[in-house]
Write a protein that binds this ligand. Structure first.
Ligand code: AMP
Length: 510
C-alpha cells in the first residue's frame, strides 16, 4: 500500500478534535506492525479489527499491512452471533480491539489473542498494550502485489457472510485510474463516510493517503441530514463520496442551501441508483462540483465503471448511466451461455480485469459459483448478478438485479440470509422476505411474510427480537405480514412477485 511519507507534519486523518499527521501515522503504524510481528503475526495471517471508524482503526489497517498480514474490518454493531461466524471463517491470528468493542469482545469466541489498541478494554481478555515501546523505523516489505491486503465480509444468501479477498494490486489498480481521473491533490479534504467494512471506504482511505490529502472521517454520531451538511461545510471538504441514500436523505430534509459547500469540488456516489430528481436537486443547489456515478461490486474492488454527469438531467425519470469501464477493467453484457447480447438488449453484467478478486475466503464452492471463465478469451469473469444494457453510444446502464440481493440504506443484503434466520425461529412454518422500493431513507424496504405453525402464537415483535440475535439492525425487516399460508405459484414455489404486490398495496408496517 502506498502512503505519503514526505509530509510528516501535514494532516493525514481527522476525526472530531483528533488530528493525525502523516509522520505520526507512519510512526504509530510502524510501532504497531512491530508489535504484531512480535506477537507472531506473519505474512498472510488475518488480523481482525474490532474497532469503530476512528484514526486508530486507520493505524491498525496500515500496521497490519506493514506486518505482511491481512486485515478484516468487523462491523462492531453486528450481533455477536454474526461476528462469531466471521471470526470462525477468518480464523485470525490476532484481534486488534478498541474500547468501543469491549462488550462485543466479551461475547466473541475466536481463541485468538487480543491486543488493545486504543482506550482501555475493561474486563476484556487482554491488558492494554504499550505500543510505544516498539521501534518506529519502517519495516521491510514482506508482501507482493498479489498478496491479500484485506477481506471484506458481505451478506451471504445461505446465512453465512462471505469474505471477499482484496489484494494489494487490486486496490492499486483502482487508484491508478481514480487518482488522475479525479485529480486528487495534497490540498484535498476528503470525506470518510462509509463504515470501514464497506469497500467504498478503501477509496477514501488509500486515495486520500496516496495523494497526501486530509481524510476527514465522518463520526458515527453525525447522522442527521443537517449534521452531515454542517460536517461538509465545517470540514471544508473538497470531495464527498457516499451511497445515494445519504444524498436523498439530505434533499428530503432540505439540508443543502443554494450555492452550499463552497469548497466542494467533487461529488461521487456508488452502490445504488441515485434517483434523477435527487441528482438534479444537488446539481442545482451545488452547481460548482463535478458529479460522478461509480458502479461496481466489492468483488471487483470499489468500482469498475464511471459516468460523469455532463448537465442537470432534464427528465428526473431518466436513469444516470453507469457509463464506461475504468482503465484496466472490462464489462460484458452476456446471456446465460456467456455470449454477448446485442447493444440495447438486457443481459447480465460480467466484469474482468485488474480489480477482480481471487474469490471468497476459503470458499471454493461460492467462488466457483460467482466467477466464470469467458469461453472465447479464457479470461476470469465475475458474475455480478446485475442486469444491464449497453446503449447506442456504448454507455452501460444498470437495469436491476437477477437475484434477490438488494441494497437498503446502502447496505448490500442477500434476502436469503434473512430468510435463513427467520426460518430458524421456532414456530415459523414458512416465510419469505422480499424487497419493496420505498420513498424513505431505506431506498428498499425489507418486508417479511410468515405463517406460524399450528398452535403457535408468534407476533412481529417476537420475530424481530429473535432475528436481532443473529442479524445486524440494517437487515431487520421493517414491514411484516402474517398469513395463514404463503401464496404459491403454479410450481408450488412461494410467489414472491405476488407478495411484493401485497406489500406494495397493503402497506403493512412494524
Ligand atoms: P457492493 O458489493 O456493496 O459494492 O454492492 C455491489 C452492488 O451494488 C452491485 O452489484 C449493484 O447491484 C449495486 N451497485 C453498485 N454501484 C451501483 C450504481 N452506481 N448504480 C446502481 N447499482 C449499483
Amino acid at each position: 500500500m502506498r502512503t505519503v511519507q514526505s509530509r510528516a507534519s501535514q494532516t493525514a486523518v481527522v476525526m472530531g478534535s483528533e488530528r493525525l499527521a502523516y509522520g505520526e501515522l507512519e510512526t504509530r503504524s510502524n510501532q504497531l506492525a512491530r508489535l504484531l510481528q512480535a506477537r507472531g503475526v506473519q505474512r498472510g495471517d488475518r488480523v481482525c479489527l474490532l474497532q469503530a471508524k476512528t484514526p486508530a482503526a486507520i493505524i491498525s489497517m496500515l500496521a497490519t499491512l506493514k506486518a505482511g498480514a491481512i486485515y478484516v474490518p468487523i462491523d462492531i454493531a453486528s450481533p455477536p452471533a454474526r461476528v462469531n461466524k466471521i471470526l470462525a471463517a477468518a480464523a485470525p491470528k490476532l484481534l486488534l480491539a478498541a474500547a468501543e468493542a469491549t462488550s462485543l469482545l466479551a461475547e466473541t469466541r475466536s481463541g485468538a489473542a487480543v491486543v488493545s489498541v486504543a482506550g482501555s478494554l475493561e474486563g476484556a481478555q487482554s491488558r492494554p498494550e504499550n505500543v510505544e515501546a516498539y521501534g518506529d523505523a519502517p519495516l521491510p516489505s514482506v508482501t507482493g502485489p498479489a498478496d491479500p491486503a484485506h477481506i471484506l465480509f458481505t451478506s451471504g444468501s445461505t446465512g453465512t457472510p462471505k469474505g471477499v479477498v482484496i489484494t494489494h494490486e487490486m486496490v492499486g489498480a483502482f487508484l491508478d485510474w481514480a487518482l488522475p481521473y479525479f485529480g486528487h491533490q495534497a490540498g484535498d479534504r476528503i470525506s470518510g463516510h462509509p463504515p470501514l467494512h464497506f469497500d467504498l471506504s478503501t477509496f477514501d482511505i488509500y486515495g486520500s493517503l496516496s495523494a497526501g490529502a486530509e481524510l476527514h472521517l465522518v463520526p458515527q454520531d453525525v447522522l442527521l441530514p443537517h449534521q452531515i451538511a454542517s460536517f461538509i461545510r465545517d470540514s471544508r471538504l473538497t470531495q464527498w463520496f457516499s451511497v445515494p441514500s445519504t444524498f436523498a436523505y439530505m434533499m428530503r430534509a432540505d439540508a443543502i442551501a443554494e450555492g452550499d459547500f463552497p469548497t466542494l469540488k467533487r461529488v461521487i456516489w456508488c452502490g445504488e441508483v441515485l434517483p434523477g430528481a435527487v441528482l438534479a436537486h444537488w446539481m442545482r443547489r451545488v452547481p460548482h462540483c463535478t458529479y460522478t456515478n461509480l458502479y461496481g461490486p466489492t468483488e471487483t474492488t470499489i468500482a469498475s465503471s464511471y459516468f460523469r454527469v455532463p448537465e442537470i438531467p432534464e427528465d428526473p425519470a431518466t436513469a444516470v448511466p453507469i457509463g464506461s469501464p475504468c482503465a484496466g477493467e472490462e464489462i460484458y453484457v452476456l446471456d446465460e451461455a456467456l455470449q454477448a447480447v446485442p447493444p440495447g438488449e438486457i443481459g447480465e453484467l460480467y466484469i474482468a480485469g485488474a480489480g477482480l478478486s481471487p474469490g471468497y475466503w476459503r470458499d471454493p464452492e461460492k467462488t466457483h459459483a460467482a466467477f466464470a471463465t469467458d469461453p472465447t478469451s479464457g479470461r476470469r469473469l465475475y458474475r455480478t448478478g446485475d442486469l444491464g444494457r449497453r446503449d447506442e453510444n456504448g454507455l452501460l446502464h444498470f437495469v436491476g438485479r437477477a437475484d434477490s440481493q438488494i441494497k437498503s440504506r446502502g447496505y448490500r443484503i442477500e434476502l436469503g440470509e434473512i430468510e435463513t434466520a427467520l426460518t430458524a425461529v421456532p414456530g415459523v412454518a414458512e416465510c419469505a422476505v422480499v424487497g419493496v422500493a420505498s420513498e424513505s431513507f431505506e431506498g428498499t424496504s425489507i418486508c417479511a411474510a410468515w405463517a406460524s405453525r399450528a398452535g403457535t402464537e408468534l407476533d412481529r415483535v417476537q420475530l424481530r427480537a429473535s432475528l436481532a440475535q443473529t442479524l445486524p439492525a440494517y437487515m431487520l425487516p421493517t414491514r411484516w405480514l402474517q398469513l395463514a399460508e404463503l401464496p404459491k405459484n403454479a410450481n408450488g414455489k412461494i410467489d414472491r412477485p405476488a407478495l411484493r404486490g401485497r406489500f406494495a398495496t397493503n402497506s403493512p408496517h412494524d
